[in-house]
Design a protein around this ligand. Structure first.
Ligand code: FES
Length: 273
């Protein structure tokens, strides 16, 4: 098993010291992820190491950190795939640092909240609609990739504009503005355009493309922002989804096959004849 050196940034706000690196050396087996190694370090070498994780399968977005200078999910990054003997792990930039590898994601969630990331429905529709909306697969395709956002914060860490403009809405929130504007069930386009069509909104994006390169789910925020600019300039809207017609007839299915016979008695049936 290869011997790998991990240089991990440590910072304790109570110590009064500046952040610095601490070295750990581990034997790493094929398939082991950065998160596996951090868990090992915490469990066996230094219990004071602070980092976030939850799902361990690239779903929750909580283990985002800088790994050899690039923002990644620790649970999705296999150590040996990096092809380096020395691995540097640091907290995400562009966020206030709390401790070691833990940053304060409030700037991400504040920006996200500002673009109204939910379906705004027409009067008489939405939650008070009597039935579901009709949306075709093609209409869903228009926004689907942007709905895969994990809210891990990696795109804001990668964005050079976020690094220099605290008020910039950033790639995550602007992508979600496009995602909801493009959803045929939504009628809130006008409200969101007022928020994003501003000097610290979509027009502040310089199209560096770092967000799209870094996104661990393959979402392309750089594309969403260009499409959002296009829609603002052209005043583009989409047709509103119709509500499904009432069900007039309930047909009973008679050809449902019977389930196979049980091989063991169901709970509570033991002893019954
Ligand atoms: Fe959930 Fe890594 S622990 S995405």
């Amino acid at each position: 098993m290869p011997f790998i050196t991990f240089n991990i940034q440590r910072y304790n706000p109570d110590s009064g010291r500046m952040p610095g690196k601490q070295e750990f050396k581990l034997n790493v087996a094929p398939g082991q992820t950065i998160l596996d190694c951090l868990n090992y370090i915490k469990e066996t070498l230094d219990a004071s190491l602070a980092f976030r994780s939850s799902c361990r399968m690239g779903i929750c977005g909580s283990c985002a950190m800088m790994i050899n200078g690039f923002p990644r999910l620790a649970c999705q990054t296999q150590v040996l795939s990096l092809g380096k003997d020395v691995i540097t792990i640091e907290p995400l930039p562009n966020y206030p640092l709390i401790k070691d590898l833990v940053v304060d994601l409030t700037p991400l969630f504040d920006r996200h909240r500002r673009v109204k990331p939910y379906l705004i429905t027409s009067p008489g529709k939405g939650t008070d609609a009597p039935r579901e909306y009709l949306q075709t697969a093609q209409e869903q395709e228009q926004y689907l990739q942007f709905a895969y956002c994990l809210k891990c914060g990696i795109c804001l860490a990668a964005c050079p504009t976020v690094a220099t403009d605290d008020e910039f809405l950033g790639p995550q929130a602007l992508t979600q503005a496009y995602r909801y504007n493009t959803d045929t069930r939504d009628a809130g386009r006008g409200e969101r355009i007022k928020i994003v069509d501003s000097s610290h909104g979509v027009w502040r994006c310089h199209m560096a493309g770092a967000c799209a390169e870094a996104c661990p789910k393959g979402v392309d925020p750089a594309l969403a922002l260009q499409l959002l600019k296009r829609d603002i300039l052209r005043g583009r809207t989409h047709p509103q989804a119709a509500i499904a017609p009432p069900v007039t007839e309930v047909r009973k299915r008679s050809n449902i096959p019977r389930p196979p016979a049980r091989t063991v008695k169901a709970s509570g049936q033991a002893g019954k004849k």
